[in-house]
Ligand binder design. Sequence first.
Ligand code: MF3
Ligand code: CO
Length: 253
Amino acid sequence: MHTNPVIIIKSPREIEQLKRSNTIVAEVFRELRKMVVPGMTTQELDRTAEEMILSKGAIPAFKGYRNYPATLCVSINEEVVHGIPGPRKLREGDIVSIDVGVNLNGYFGDAAITLPIGEVDQGAKRLLEVTEKALHIGIETARVGNRLHDISHAIQKWVEGKGFSVVREFVGHGIGKNLHEEPQVPNFGSPGQGPRLEKGMVFALEPMVNEGSYEVKILSDGWTVVTADGKRSAHFEHTIAITEGKAEILSTL
Ligand code: MF3
Ligand code: CO
């Protein structure tokens, strides 16, 4: 039994600050999307992202967080999240999840996308489409009057209806003056449960969707999360603010 999480409500001017931070995240993705080609290394992506963030007067939010060593998380194929950039080269047919966090003036931005490298197979295309749509179904459900786990349930129902599974061990989160705040936002759950959504709440929704079973394990580097069955996984994330009507996506241009 746990007590209710304290969810910090953000003022309109704080949401403006969060939007500025998340806009930098979106700008990084615009750049990385243009860059990714077979043969490039994941550390080249990391370097570009870091330089861009610093040039805008912001700080990479993941670097140094619990000793995480890089600006991006780059997770390829069966890697789910938290892959550490390095000398590995992207290959035609890979799917690559890229996660970026930014701290601008103490306000955090966080988002992720999964990109196909060159031509990918039909299964990969479907996995990416279903995962991105899962995020948007979550956003659509994130409305005043609904409860937190209505979001979780909507994502789970969509994903499982398509024959995929949702990762249980990693979840979305509140975000604001910290990268991770209450509440946890699972991608699975029962409708009608959890706190009521209120204007001014800000969440990072981040479905992680596996082709096979939902079980994951962590590699010996202490970070990289991979599927237990070796099948592929995709990840899309946006930071959103609850308003009247449809939630506002902050991590977009
Ligand atoms: N988007 C992820 C999260 O919210 C990325 C965290 S990576 C870490 O947890 F390095 F910062 F841990
Ligand atoms: Co996140």
